[in-house]
Ligand binder design. Structure first.
Ligand SMILES: C[S@@+](CC[C@H](N)C(=O)[O-])C[C@H]1O[C@@H](n2cnc3c(N)ncnc32)[C@H](O)[C@@H]1O
Length: 178
């Protein structure tokens, strides 16, 4: 887990990626809309729902949460949601959207390529984590791969789906659907 995953780690691109996301956050949110688009309705949401298999009252981490659409979906279902993203512009949108909908979510600015920032979210705090359309956008995923087993409570399987991702704890078990 601590070794560099060749081809998936380009930390030097992180700042550039963040500048781009900051620039396009507004149009992105408008394009997807408050309830998501058909891609969400037919692909990301049903797959993530199934992989996460959330129970009411569970605590879940939404990594690269963007404008918080799926985080709100989980909170409305009854989960305690912590949403993290490194784009300040997306987090501004999250706050505006949350105020408008009255859904209570804890959003934080966290760089998912930074192991220490991830670990500071809380040791074994989460029942599950998800990352919708996120992994492909995170410039270096090794810190996240190292942090997740520490963040998620023991005894849960890890499931990763590229594009839409649902993750539960379990240090060795992983399923991958590319
Ligand atoms: C395609 S958007 C997906 C947003 C959201 N999950 C959704 O489904 O609408 C990708 C997100 O990844 C975030 N991101 C990219 N690199 C990141 C990093 N290093 N740490 C945290 N978030 C990051 C971007 O800011 C952006 O919000």
């Amino acid at each position: 887990m601590t070794e560099k995953i060749v081809g998936l780690d380009n930390p030097e691109l992180n700042q550039e990626a963040n500048d781009i996301w900051d620039r396009i956050a507004g149009p992105w949110d408008e394009d997807f809309g408050p309830d998501g688009n058909q891609h969400n309705a037919y692909i990301t949401d049903p797959v993530t729902d199934r992989l996460l298999d959330l129970k009411q009252g569970e605590t879940v981490l939404d990594i690269a949460c963007g404008a918080g659409r799926y985080a709100r979906r989980m909170a409305e279902y009854g989960a305690n949601v912590v949403g993290v993203d490194q784009s300040a512009e997306f987090l501004n949108l999250v706050r505006t959207n949350s105020k408008r909908t009255g859904v209570d979510i804890d959003f934080k600015r966290v760089d998912a390529t930074d192991f220490d920032q991830l670990i500071a979210l809380g040791d074994e705090r989460f029942d599950a984590a998800n990352c919708i359309m996120g992994l492909v956008n995170v410039a270096s995923i090794t810190p996240l791969a190292r942090a997740l087993p520490e963040l998620i409570k023991p005894g849960r399987p890890i499931r990763v789906f590229r594009g839409a991702s649902g993750v539960r704890q379990g240090k060795c078990q992983a399923e991958y659907r590319g």
